[in-house]
Design a protein around this ligand. Structure first.
Ligand SMILES: [Zn+2]
Ligand SMILES: [Zn+2]
Ligand SMILES: [Zn+2]
Length: 249
C-alpha cells in the first residue's frame, strides 16, 4: 500500500517521466499503489586524454640572416604553449636550399639567358599568313622581327627570378608546432539494478543539472579523469505499482 507523506519528489519524478512516454496515462501518480526501494549505484568514469605531438614546420621568412635553433622538439613541453606562442619561442632562420641563400634562382623560361624563344614563330623568325582566298604564305614574324628570340618576360631579361621557396629573402623560417589528438572514454559500472539513463552512456562529462536528481557520493577531478559515483533514485522501468524511493538512513 502507498503511505501518506511519501516524498513529493517521487510524484514529481513519475510525472516528469510520464511526459516523456507516448501514451502514458494522465494523472499517472494516482495509479501508483506501492513504492519499493530500489537504489541503483552507478560508477561512472569519464576519461579525456589529450596528446600533443611536437613537429617542425617551415615557411618563408623576411629574415635575411641565419640563426641557431632555440628549442628542441624532444624536450619542449607542448602543454606550456599555444601554437602561436610555441612558434614565437622557437622560430629561427636557415639558409634557403633551392637558391643557396641568394634569394633568386635561374629563370627557367630563358635558362638564365634573358632571351627566350619567340612563342609566335617558335624560333623560326617566320609566321604563316592566311589569306581570304585560302592561300597562305610565310612572312616575317612580327613579334620578334625574324630574330626567333624575344626578351624574356618572366625575368624581365634579367636571367633570374625571385626564389619561390623563400620569396626572395634567401632564408626560410623553421619553428615547432604540435598536433593535438583528444581521446575520450566513458566506463560505467553498475552495482544493483542497471541504470537506464541514456546520457550516462554518452562520451562526455556530465553537466551539473544532469546530476541534480542523483546523490553524488564521491567526486574527484584530476587532470585526466573525472570520477562520479552516484547513488540515486532512478526510474528504471516504471511499472505502475512499482516505484523507486530514495532511501534515507
Ligand atoms: Zn628569363
Ligand atoms: Zn618570332
Ligand atoms: Zn630561396
Amino acid at each position: 500500500m502507498r503511505h501518506e507523506g511519501v516524498d513529493k519528489r517521487i510524484d514529481t519524478a513519475i510525472s516528469d517521466w510520464a511526459r516523456t512516454v507516448f501514451g502514458a496515462p494522465r494523472q499517472i501518480v494516482k495509479l501508483v499503489t506501492n513504492v519499493e526501494n530500489l537504489d541503483a549505484k552507478v560508477e561512472r568514469v569519464y576519461v579525456e586524454i589529450t596528446q600533443r605531438s611536437v613537429k617542425t614546420a617551415s615557411g618563408s621568412t623576411r629574415t635575411r640572416q641565419a640563426s641557431p635553433p632555440r628549442l628542441t622538439a624532444n624536450t619542449v613541453d607542448p602543454f606550456a604553449y599555444t601554437p602561436a606562442s610555441l612558434r614565437a619561442a622557437s622560430e629561427y632562420a636557415i639558409a634557403c636550399m633551392p637558391c643557396r641563400a641568394e634569394g633568386h634562382v635561374r629563370c627557367d623560361n630563358c635558362s638564365g639567358t634573358g632571351t627566350a624563344t619567340c612563342r609566335t614563330c617558335r624560333g623560326t623568325g617566320k609566321e604563316t599568313k592566311h589569306f581570304k582566298n585560302g592561300n597562305s604564305r610565310l612572312i616575317k614574324c612580327k613579334t620578334c622581327g625574324t630574330e626567333g628570340t624575344v626578351r624574356c618576360l618572366d625575368c624581365g631579361a634579367d636571367g633570374r627570378v625571385a626564389c619561390r621557396s623563400c620569396e626572395g629573402s634567401g632564408h626560410r623560417g623553421e619553428w615547432l608546432t604540435f598536433e593535438e589528438t583528444v581521446t575520450r572514454r566513458v566506463r560505467l559500472r553498475h552495482d544493483g539494478p542497471k541504470h537506464s539513463n541514456p546520457s550516462f552512456e554518452e562520451v562526455r562529462p556530465l553537466e551539473e543539472r544532469e546530476l541534480e536528481a542523483f546523490e553524488v557520493e564521491a567526486l574527484s577531478i584530476g587532470q585526466l579523469a573525472v570520477v562520479l559515483v552516484l547513488s540515486s533514485i532512478v526510474l528504471l522501468a516504471v511499472e505502475l505499482e512499482k516505484l523507486i524511493r530514495r532511501r534515507r538512513s
